[in-house]
Design a protein around this ligand. Structure first.
Ligand code: XMP
Length: 315
């Protein structure tokens, strides 16, 4: 049985002897990186600088929410807006693995700049077991290169520290509860962010569409769960598909994009079952998306694929 309390005290001791000098930590505000931030901060105090990178692919209001979380944690942090360089790097890129590798490399380039400026030799990441398992290691097949593993460039000049490397999501949540971190129950959000929820090119307009659709899906499911109509799924979001289809608004022909709604139940993200969302809630999501986003979207579908054979994210 996993014992969160002894994991925390053992890891903090280990981190103290492992990190001599300054370190930076990449924190997205998700459960994994926030837990890692809290632990390393307890271990080395103000020799740690927490870095949140806004890559331009974040959800609605996320940058403000994460700044809030970091301020409440009481850590020394910096918010870096690198959206221009991320969007430039994504021009014309369609293939999911290329997207992931480019994003991983862009992150590292930003971290290297900040580390040089701060005088740090260590980069801490909140990598957990499924990240490296799915990224492949020469023995296992690469399912997808998680941004913080398979996307790391070979010439990186920072020493990597990964205190949560052997944990699964449910264990990280236990650690979060033990540390009384408020993001413990937040749904997972992938490091490459909305970029892997756009099938096709990632640009400012495709991100704006999926960002709005994700916000609607989150809001409607959270409202339905709060009203007791359903349990909140383990993870839930929108995906922008590349195909267009014919529709009709009033008596005018539409030729718009399609949004797929994805919601799953899982324990650790390694396997998942699609959520049995009540039809009235799905309809509400569909009506709201097609009404408020009618310029761009005229069709909404629901993904009923388990993992395996699907994965949770579409890319
Ligand atoms: P998949 O799509 O592989 O996702 O079934 C399993 C869980 O991992 C999240 N995910 C990621 N998390 N970096 C992360 O930090 C990544 O590159 C990444 N890719 C997927 C996904 O959201 C799900 O919770």
């Amino acid at each position: 049985m996993f014992d969160a309390e002894s994991f925390v005290s053992q890891k903090i001791d280990e981190l103290r002897s492992q990190i001599d000098g300054k370190a930076i930590i990449a924190c997205s505000g998700g459960v994994d990186s926030t837990v890692a931030t809290a632990m390393v901060s307890r271990a080395i105090g103000d020799r740690l600088l927490t870095v949140y990178v806004n890559n331009g692919f974040m959800r609605k209001g996320e940058t403000e929410a994460v700044s809030d979380i970091l301020a409440k944690l009481g850590v020394n942090y910096r918010v870096i807006d690198a959206s221009d360089e991320f969007f430039d790097a994504m021009k014309g890129v369609i293939e999911p693995e290329r997207k992931r590798k480019i994003i991983g490399e862009q992150f590292i380039r930003v971290f290297e700049r900040v580390a040089r400026d701060y005088g740090a030799r260590y980069l801490v990441q909140g990598t957990i077991a499924p990240d490296w398992i799915e990224s492949g290691d020469g023995v296992r097949d690469t399912i997808k290169s998680h941004h913080n593993v398979g996307g790391l460039p070979e010439d990186m000049d920072l020493k990597l520290v990964e205190p949560l490397r052997d944990l699964y999501k449910d264990e990280v949540r236990q650690v979060a509860r033990c540390l009384k971190i408020e993001v413990a129950e937040r749904q997972p959000f992938p490091g490459p962010a909305l970029a892997v929820r756009i099938i096709g090119e990632v640009n400012r307009s495709s991100v704006a569409i999926v960002r709005e659709a994700c916000a609607i899906v989150e809001e409607e499911l959270e409202k339905a769960a709060a009203a007791g109509k359903m349990e909140l799924p383990w993870q839930y979001f929108a995906v922008l598909l590349p195909c267009q289809s014919v529709g009709v608004h009033g008596d005018v022909r539409a030729y718009g994009r399609t949004i797929a709604v994805r919601a799953v139940e899982s324990v650790d993200g390694m396997t998942a079952a699609y959520s049995r969302i009540p039809h009235e809630v799905l309809e509400r999501i569909s009506v709201r998306i097609t009404n408020t986003m009618k310029k761009d979207v005229n069709r909404v579908v629901y993904d009923i694929t388990n993992k395996p054979p699907g994965t949770i994210e579409w890319e």
